[in-house]
Design a protein around this ligand. Structure first.
Ligand code: SAH
Ligand code: SF4
Ligand code: F3S
Length: 437
């Protein structure tokens, strides 16, 4: 019997890449590959890359540099680059790192088995097309292995928004929605294999239009699946948050009270220059409507500091908006110039100014995050348990509001959803006790 070939995949960037990596390993599973977590053991190394900020893109080249000696020892080793750097830099990657055998953009993963076979035969293989077809329809069906309690499910890809700083519209292409029947079939399959919570993914997930009633319609349809206990979705654009989706936060019990709704900045002048297409005031009113529908909603956001032309006054407007919204968690970044995007052509702020503003912003975000976490003490929440905790005899899971919660493990198994009373708030997680009825 021939030995199975081994595949090592390293994933960078957003959750959509995590989902794509799973699907790629399944597609190559059909070609006789099994996954390994050791690059030195692999017959094929695939880097699933991110292009969002300069540092993310540079990581790819330094990682490839590390594989040089592996390739020298093992000439049959195939090295592939997938994801957003592959899409953005294509042939440039093969020029900079001639040891790369295969480059595949995010819309061409259904062609991966064929590309891998070509690379296996010693040819260079590159595909960064944007074909019309649904790449997921052509990927091998998911194998029937058991799964952990949580899973990602991509329902929408691409972006038509063209924020002035962002590469995603170029690396992921135009907005497309997967047909609802395929999404629902995939969700049924995940639930049969042990999944209890599904996070619907899309670069603009709330622009989903593959179901009547848009994303809200899809969420209500998925909520009908027995055994599926929780639904989340990410990432949303404020302008695509329609009435039905706002209402769903109050109507659909399985939809969790946590929403990632990036705003990026609090100054109208900067929002305009970012091409976000809404004002700070409109965003705050939207949050009010969401909180009216679901009073305990936890909000999360993304922020960019040091965008070209950002003054101290503009930056102060971002801090004010944060104080008004009181985010439960947030991600914040220094603006990074991306080739080919409009903002890259403008006057740039110094690194010192960006560093200093990022520190102030993060201090404020941490304060609110901490306050939101501490406010959970004494409350009862649902916790979906995932795995043993840090200390012996504990299990850890995620609360409805996405906090990590540690509980004494007696009689709890992964995949159990239990009511828990929060008793303590630690640096990065909460401690709780099972509520016995
Ligand atoms: N589609 C999502 C997120 C896209 S990228 C959305 O619209 O919200 C994730 C985050 O990376 C963005 O929300 C933004 O905060 C950050 N980001 C994108 N481009 C960036 C850049 N050039 N420099 C710094 N941060 C950036
Ligand atoms: Fe990028 Fe803006 Fe599209 Fe989000 S909405 S992916 S930030 S262009
Ligand atoms: Fe990065 Fe591409 Fe996601 S650029 S954030 S991996 S869509």
């Amino acid at each position: 019997m021939t030995q199975p070939k081994k595949l090592f995949i390293k994933t960078y960037g957003c959750q959509m890449n995590v989902y794509d990596s799973e699907r790629m390993s399944e597609a190559l599973g059909g070609e006789g590959y099994v996954t390994t977590d050791r690059p030195d053991d692999a017959d094929m190394i695939l880097l699933n890359t991110c292009h969002i900020r300069e540092r993310a893109a540079e990581k790819v080249y330094s990682e490839l540099g590390r594989y040089k000696s592996l390739k020298a020892e093992k000439p049959d080793l195939k090295i592939g680059v997938a994801g957003c750097v592959a899409q953005a830099e294509g042939e440039e990657i093969m020029r900079r790192q001639p040891m790369v055998d295969l480059v595949v953009g995010p819309q061409s993963y259904h062609r991966l088995p064929e590309l891998a076979a070509r690379a296996g035969a010693g040819a260079k293989a590159l595909d960064t097309e944007f074909p019309e077809e649904d790449k997921f329809a052509h990927l091998a069906a998911r194998p029937k292995a058991a799964r952990g309690p949580t899973a990602f499910l991509t329902v929408q890809e691409g972006c038509d928004k063209f924020c002035a700083f962002c590469v995603v519209p170029y690396t992921r292409g135009a907005e497309v929605s997967r047909p609802a029947d395929r999404v629902i079939a995939e969700a049924h399959d995940l639930v049969k294999r042990g999944v209890r919570e599904i996070t619907l993914l899309g670069q603009n997930v709330n622009a989903y239009h593959g179901h009547e009633g848009g994303l809200a319609g899809l969420i209500h349809a998925l909520a009908e699946i027995d055994g599926l206990l929780r639904i989340r979705f990410t990432t949303s654009h404020p302008n695509d948050m329609d009435d039905a989706l706002i209402a769903a936060h109050g109507e659909c019990e399985k939809l969790m009270p946590y929403l990632h709704l990036p705003v990026q900045a609090g100054s109208d002048r900067i929002l305009k220059r970012m091409n976000r297409q809404h004002t700070a005031e409109e965003y705050v009113r939207l949050i009010e409507r969401l909180r009216a529908a679901r009073p305990d909603l936890h909000l999360s956001g993304d922020f960019i500091v040091g965008f070209p032309e950002e003054t101290e006054e503009d930056f102060q407007a971002t801090l004010d908006l944060i104080d008004e919204v009181r985010y439960g968690s947030a991600f914040s970044f220094k603006y990074s110039t991306r080739p080919g995007t409009p903002a890259a052509e403008r006057d740039q702020l110094s690194e010192e100014v960006k560093d200093e503003r990022l520190q102030r912003l993060q201090a404020l975000l941490v304060k609110h995050q901490r306050a939101a976490q501490d406010a959970m003490v004494g409350r009862e929440v649902g916790v979906l348990f995932e795995k043993p905790g840090r200390f012996a005899g504990q299990m850890v899971g995620k609360s409805d509001h996405l906090h990590a919660v540690h509980v004494a493990a007696d009689g709890i198994a992964p995949g159990d959803l239990r009511r828990v009373r929060i008793v303590e708030s630690g640096p990065n997680s909460l401690m709780g006790e099972l509520v016995t009825l």
